[in-house]
Ligand binder design. Structure first.
Ligand SMILES: O=C(O)CCC(=O)C(=O)O
Ligand SMILES: [Fe+2]
Length: 259
């Protein structure tokens, strides 16, 4: 028996494709309100943003597939002293990543051999960074929905438009940029087919070495005080890394920083 998954509910899908989306216009304001609502209610949304057309996408994923056929010794040469920045092997997925500030990561999930019907390839977690933008070659991403009192169920994220990207609010955004108003949502990857899944993500991370806290503007009648202590991002990331996936970033933030 595979992991249980709820049927796909109606999930937020926001059209960011119009070239009339210009700051100061009513369309901009309406779209910004949709983004805010989705980020507060769900912690993620599907972004209709066909900047990468279908043929570019195909080429990109074909090249990625080639990249992952490199021998392990070669992949392990991609090292970095910061957690999650170099090659990550040993998980059900393999990951190669570059660049410390805007972190572009590519991921391959391979079903184990022999393959069961379904397998959880990436355990439920929240992203610790500010914002994640994901682009995938096949389904498998699932989010926790309707998490009333912890009794939520994972639902598949099915793109309603070809070429969509998925945008996730991370823990650092939840804590520092929204003072708890937006939500970072647990998600996971489940393989239901006996073939590898490829994805690429843009992980927007804070610069290291600075203490980060919610700005004054976010203190309101609704939230009359800061909800979290100031933090240094890589300190938190190292703590998450020390117990990978056993404790989500959200738990680390809530247990260490909640005031
Ligand atoms: O591969 C995916 O689509 C999800 C990756 C992910 O959630 C992560 O690396 O944090
Ligand atoms: Fe994630």
């Amino acid at each position: 028996m595979g992991p249980e998954t709820a049927p796909p509910p109606k999930l937020p899908c926001i059209d960011l494709s119009s070239n009339k989306l210009i700051p100061g216009t009513p369309l901009w304001d309406r779209t910004a309100a949709e983004v805010l609502h989705a980020s507060a209610e769900f912690g993620f949304f599907e972004a209709v943003y066909p900047a990468i057309d279908a043929s570019e996408r195909r080429v990109m994923f074909a090249r990625l597939a080639e990249l992952f056929t490199l021998p392990l010794e070669t992949k392990w040469r991609n090292t970095h002293d910061r957690p999650y920045h170099g090659f990550i092997g040993g998980l059900p997925r393999a990951s190669v990543s570059t660049s410390p500030m805007m972190l572009r990561r590519v991921m391959e999930y391979k079903p184990p051999v022999p393959s069961p019907d379904t397998v959880i390839s990436l355990k439920p977690h929240t992203d610790t960074n500010f914002i994640t933008v994901l682009c995938e070659n096949s389904g498998g991403l699932e989010v926790l929905v309707d998490d009333n009192g912890g009794s939520g169920a994972f639902a598949p994220l099915v793109a309603t438009m070809p070429g969509s990207l998925f945008v996730f609010i991370g823990d650092a955004f939840m804590v520092a940029w929204s003072n708890g108003r937006l939500k970072s949502v647990p998600h996971r990857v489940v393989l239901r087919e006996d073939k590898p899944r490829l994805s690429t993500g843009l992980f927007m991370v804070p610069e290291g070495g600075w203490m980060i806290e919610a700005p004054e503007e976010l203190i309101s009648d609704e939230n009359p005080r800061r909800l979290y202590r100031p933090f240094e991002y890589f300190d938190i990331l190292s703590r998450c890394y020390l117990n990978p996936m056993n404790m989500s970033g959200q738990q680390v933030f809530n247990e260490l920083l909640r005031l």
